[in-house]
Structures are given as structure tokens and as C-alpha cells.
Design a protein around this ligand. Structure first.
Ligand SMILES: *Cc1c(COP(=O)(O)O)cnc(C)c1O
Length: 318
């Protein structure tokens, strides 16, 4: 567990906790193997005390995994309670005490090359964890470019779930943005309305309103987005509006940020060379980062139901 590419000792794979080195598949599986796969991205956050770790909205992530699998006709053979227990166990045996990313991945078990011919597939399922530090409150900002790629739409791919194949679209937009000198992309949908970033939703602040593309805008149904909209309303006392958003609204907003499990809250300070507000992190974004951090790290008791505590201090049972 040292060096740049630290890996955990164990992975959960097809119903069992197994040592890292035993979790291999054959090289000929490369290629089409993940075309039908779906995944989840989940974070666990260290609390203020060394033995506290909290998984954020774990139930909601597992329920979305279930929906993603259902949509691509993969059968989930485990109960959500079982997956919760397996993940908590994994974090404990891996002695995780830092901010961590948890990634369940479900893919077709069949390896005979009949992946396109089959209709319903038995799913293989793996859950792995890797350290991922939070960037909340670090002052990180990004610049963005409205992509020339359009966001995938319902008539082509299912944008609302975490379907691996969707991410070629994200990748093309992200690469274009970086090659053009921006940090990230914002994609429009086929109606020309704002959809989202390559792996994160988008929110705008205008006066006392927080505006975000509605779920009909081709966005992924983000759990962070849902949480932040509640925090904006309940903690910051702002108005929250979910609706179709025009491109030019991005350029005229007081503040813009992206959000998601990986993105957390990421302030966007410049879009297509228009400074957003005064080009610095705005007051609402800053307040939201603080409120969100309090929720994630167990300081805000009002949102305890969003946290699955893992007692990492307790001796792990190997
Ligand atoms: C995962 C993801 C998000 C954020 O969803 P969360 O549930 O908040 O993690 C947004 N957009 C895309 C394309 C994603 O893959």
C-alpha cells in the first residue's frame, strides 16, 4: 500500500473477498469485454476522528446500480444488504482511513464472444476501492469549453445510467477541451440546451437561484446533484430551479460549478473565454462546498441518513 500506484489488499469479486493478485482475467478478454458493462462511482470520506469513515449515499448508489443493470439486461444476483456488508467488510480489511473511491462494476460473465447474440446475461460483479482525496475547499477551479460534441441522447444510448459505453462520448468531449487548452467540457444536448460535463452535472447561480438542467436534458441522474439541490434549499435557503438551460445562460451566470461523485463541487470560473462572475470562486459555490463537506465528514447531524459509517478503527477480521 505504498508508492504512487497504491492498490488495496483485497477486491470483492463475484461473491467473495479475494487478494488483489488473484483477481485476473485472460488478456484475450480485452476488447469487447466491457461494452455491455455498467458501473457505480461512490466515495467514502474520513471523519474528523481517525477511526471514522462514511460512505456517502451508498443505498442510492446501489439502487442506481440495480437500475443500470436492469436497463442493460444484466442480472444482479446479490441483495443490496449483502453488497453493503461486503463493501463495509472490504473497507475494513483494506484498512481504509482516507478519502476513497469505491467502484462496483457489473459486466457479462459470458466469455465466448457471444456477447452480441445474447439477450439477458449473467453478470460478473466486482467492487474495488482506491484512495481518492477530496478537493473540496482546496481552491481548485476549472475552465470549460462548450463542446462541439453533443451529449448522447435517449434515442441512442441511455444517458441516465452509468453505462460504460456512454463514456466514449465523455472522453471525446474531454479530450477536445483539453487539447484546446481548457480543463473540461460542457456538452449540449440535441436540442442545443445545456446537458452536462463529461462526468459531472452542471449548476448555475443567478441571484438567489440555483439553476440546473432538468432530468429530461439528457443528464445522468446524479445523486450528488440531488443532494446539493437539497442543501441549496435547506441549508443555504436558495431557490432551486430544474429546467432546460440555454448556452448563453452559462456565459451570463454569476457562478457556475460542476458536481458529481468525482467532481464533488468544482467551481468553473471561465467558459469559452467568458469569465464567470468575476472569474473567481463565488460566494454560493464556496458556501456549498463547506456545507457539503460538513455533510460528507459527519459534522452535519441533519444528514446522517446519507452516511453509512464504517468502523475502520475496529480490528479487521481477515
Ligand atoms: C457519475 C456521473 C455524474 C454524477 O453522478 P453522481 O451520482 O453524482 O456521482 C454526472 N454525469 C455523468 C456523465 C456521470 O457519469
Amino acid at each position: 500500500m505504498s508508492g504512487e500506484h497504491r492498490h488495496p489488499e483485497y477486491i470483492w469479486w463475484n461473491g467473495e473477498r479475494r487478494p488483489w493478485d488473484d483477481c485476473t482475467i485472460h488478456v484475450t478478454e480485452l476488447g469487447w469485454s466491457t461494452v455491455g458493462a455498467v458501473f457505480e462511482g461512490i466515495r467514502a470520506y474520513a471523519g474528523d476522528n481517525a477511526d471514522e469513515l462514511y460512505i456517502f449515499r451508498f443505498r442510492e448508489h446501489l439502487e442506481r446500480l440495480e437500475r443500470s443493470m436492469r436497463l442493460v439486461r444484466l442480472t444482479l444476483e446479490y441483495g443490496l444488504e449483502e453488497l453493503t456488508a461486503a463493501t463495509v467488510d472490504l473497507l475494513r480489511v483494506n484498512e481504509v482511513r482516507e478519502d476513497t473511491y469505491i467502484r462496483p462494476l457489473a459486466y457479462a460473465r459470458e466469455t465466448s464472444g457471444k456477447r452480441f447474440a445474447q439477450i439477458a446475461n449473467d453478470a460478473a460483479l466486482l467492487i474495488n476501492t482506491s484512495p481518492m482525496a477530496s478537493h473540496l475547499k482546496t481552491g481548485l477551479t476549472q475552465t470549460a469549453k462548450v463542446s462541439s460534441w453533443r451529449r448522447i441522447s435517449e434515442d441512442v444510448m441511455p444517458p441516465r445510467v452509468k453505462n460504460i459505453s456512454n463514456y466514449r462520448n465523455s472522453q471525446l468531449a474531454g479530450m477536445e477541451a483539453r487539447l484546446d487548452g481548457y480543463d473540461t467540457a460542457i456538452l449540449l444536448n440535441h436540442q442545443g440546451k445545456v446537458s452536462e460535463g463529461p462526468g459531472a452535472c452542471v449548476m448555475l447561480v443567478l441571484g438567489d437561484q440555483v439553476i440546473t438542467p432538468d432530468v429530461g436534458s439528457g443528464i445522468l441522474e446524479s445523486i450528488t446533484r440531488d443532494a446539493l439541490l437539497k442543501l441549496c434549499r435547506e441549508v443555504l435557503g436558495l431557490k432551486v430551479v430544474e429546467r432546460a438551460v440555454d448556452r448563453t445562460e452559462l456565459y451570463l451566470a454569476d457562478e457556475v460549478f460542476t458536481c458529481g461523485t468525482a467532481a464533488e463541487v468544482t467551481p468553473i470560473v471561465n467558459i469559452d473565454k467568458y469569465a464567470v462572475g468575476n472569474g473567481e470562486i463565488g460566494p454560493v459555490t464556496r458556501a456549498l462546498e463547506g456545507a457539503f463537506d460538513d455533510v460528507l465528514r459527519g459534522r452535519d447531524a441533519r444528514y446522517g441518513h446519507w452516511r453509512t459509517p464504517v468502523e475502520v478503527g475496529a480490528a479487521a477480521v481477515a
